[in-house]
Ligand binder design. Structure first.
Ligand SMILES: *[C@@H]1O[C@H](CO)[C@@H](O)[C@H](O)[C@H]1NC(C)=O
Ligand SMILES: *[C@@H]1O[C@H](CO)[C@@H](O)[C@H](O)[C@H]1NC(C)=O
Length: 462
């Protein structure tokens, strides 16, 4: 596709943003770009995505300062990504750099600044060769960065990756900024017997120190120690700008109901008719899905619990709706942040994706943590141990075993029992963290201040 960068004379500064081609990366990058152009409307941002991603997000509503340009997919089909992560990650490391550079040459407006996902570590080299400053965007908690960045410490201390699953309860107390963490709570990549993916991911970190900025989609107040530790580590600014969720869209909430199609309307009408704090929202993530045996346990558990629920279950919605009766609704998709912010919603069963967790905090909703993979195990630790806004559904559950419906029903009933003391505690914590988050994005708050400082710097390069 021909790059669409405009040569509007008012556009003083041209930023090229390049996300890693995965949902948990593209979303925070897009949200960062929206935050930047919201604060500085004369900024021009060209977001470089693969053709596959252009197809997914190309038609979404976006501010006038943002345009897309595309490069070829790294692999022939999306199927490959789900079934063979190492091959896909490897391809993002070797197949994107050249087309990216060719594209830079074809853009109409000269490029003043590059924002690249940390996983696309080659972008730092591109910037260096062309004398363009690069900000590396880390779209996960700072703690996960610190674990990977200091992975050699784990090895030196005899915590070899492949053993982590057997020694899960052992605690590690030497990772900078992380006073104590169970090995089971380190990112799940580190537990895999097959270490190809771990090796590929570790490869990205040495390049971070060659960037000019590190941007983290977290909130300073959520993990102050580890962010301070990272600031010590690098000689350039480390900024937090979270939550990288589309909260700025909520202001348009009134136009929302009228603009939705009938199907979406339906679950919102249903939510409107439920008592306050009575609905459990359930989402187990987008593409790294759960086995259908586990899905069935969920359906049975939800039915047994008797609680009202809204469950987003993609392709399996119809089958699961039949299985779990009519106390709740199973939908293929929903606008998660708006659902979580709805007054009828009182709890969230989550896979602990970073995006989902930030949305839970933004909405001030207590959670049950059911991490599946990647950084979700570490986020579970934050939710349960550090922030105390949720419970761990996997506590005591042996790896590979199904979480049974009886246990699911028990947890769900407890979370939705507004009189339960333990529930009151985590709900109060969720509300406190909500305040912290709202503060961070307000005038003078940490995320707002960091973003402003970053924007000033970008402008100085034009
Ligand atoms: C993550 O964020 C995007 C928008 O940034 C949103 O559409 C999506 O529902 C969120 N949640 C998940 C689980 O992807
Ligand atoms: C970024 O936020 C942190 C935490 O509030 C603060 O200490 C730091 O000074 C901020 N940096 C800038 C450049 O505003």
């Amino acid at each position: 596709m021909a790059p669409a960068a405009r040569t509007d004379p008012i556009m003083t500064c041209h930023v090229v943003a390049v996300p890693y081609p995965g949902r948990g990366h593209v979303n925070p990058m897009m949200n960062l770009c929206k935050l930047l152009t919201n604060s500085k409307p004369d900024l021009l941002i060209t977001v470089v995505v693969t053709e596959e991603w252009l197809g997914i997000i190309g038609s979404e509503e976006k501010p006038p300062g943002i345009c897309f340009a595309s490069i070829p997919n790294v692999l022939p089909s999306e199927l490959v990504r789900a079934s063979d992560m190492p091959t896909f990650v490897g391809a993002t490391q070797t197949k994107m750099e050249e087309p990216f550079e060719l594209l830079l040459d074809r853009l109409d407006a000269p490029v003043n600044f590059i924002i690249a996902d940390t996983f696309l570590y080659w972008a730092v080299e591109v910037g260096k060769r062309r004398n363009i400053p690069v900000a590396s965007l880390w779209p996960m908690p700072a703690s996960v960065f610190s674990v990977f960045y200091h992975f050699d410490l784990l090895e030196r201390n005899g915590h070899h990756p492949f053993e982590l699953s057997e020694r899960g309860e052992e605690r590690v107390e030497y990772i900078p900024g992380i006073p104590s963490i169970r090995l089971a709570d380190t990112p799940s990549l580190a537990h895999m017997k097959d270490q190809r993916l771990l090796r590929l991911v570790r490869r990205i970190f040495p390049n971070v120190s060659k960037a000019q900025y590190l941007l983290i989609s977290s909130i300073f107040e959520l993990e102050p120690q580890v962010i301070e530790a990272l600031k010590q580590e690098f000689s350039f600014p480390v900024h937090t700008f979270g939550p990288a969720i589309p909260y700025f869209n909520l202001r348009k909430a009134t136009s929302f109901l009228t603009s939705q199609n009938d199907h979406d309307h339906h679950y919102f009408e249903w939510l409107n008719s439920q008592p306050p704090c009575s609905v459990l929202y359930v989402s187990l993530g987008s593409f790294l899905s759960v086995s259908s045996a586990q899905m069935d346990e969920f359906a049975d558990g939800l039915r047994e619990s008797g609680v009202r629920f809204l469950w987003v279950a993609r392709g399996e919605a119809t089958r699961l709706q039949e299985r779990c009766g009519d106390v709740g609704r199973v939908v293929p998709w929903c606008e998660q942040l708006k659902v979580l912010c709805h007054s009828s919603v009182g709890g969230f069963w989550t896979h602990c994706g970073w995006n989902s967790t930030m949305e839970a905090i933004f909405a001030g909703v207590p959670v049950i943590a059911f991490p599946l993979t990647m950084d979700q195990t570490t986020i579970r630790k934050h939710v349960v141990e550090d922030w105390k806004m949720g419970w761990d559904a996997k506590k005591g559950l042996e790896a590979g075993n199904l979480l049974r419906s009886a246990r699911i029903a028990e947890l769900v009933k407890k979370l939705m029992d507004l009189e339960c003391v333990e529930r009151k505690e985590i709900a109060a914590r969720a509300k406190e963290l909500q305040k912290v988050t709202l503060q961070a994005v307000s005038e003078g708050g940490s995320s707002k201040a960091n973003l402003t400082s970053f924007l000033d710097d970008i402008a100085s390069f034009s």
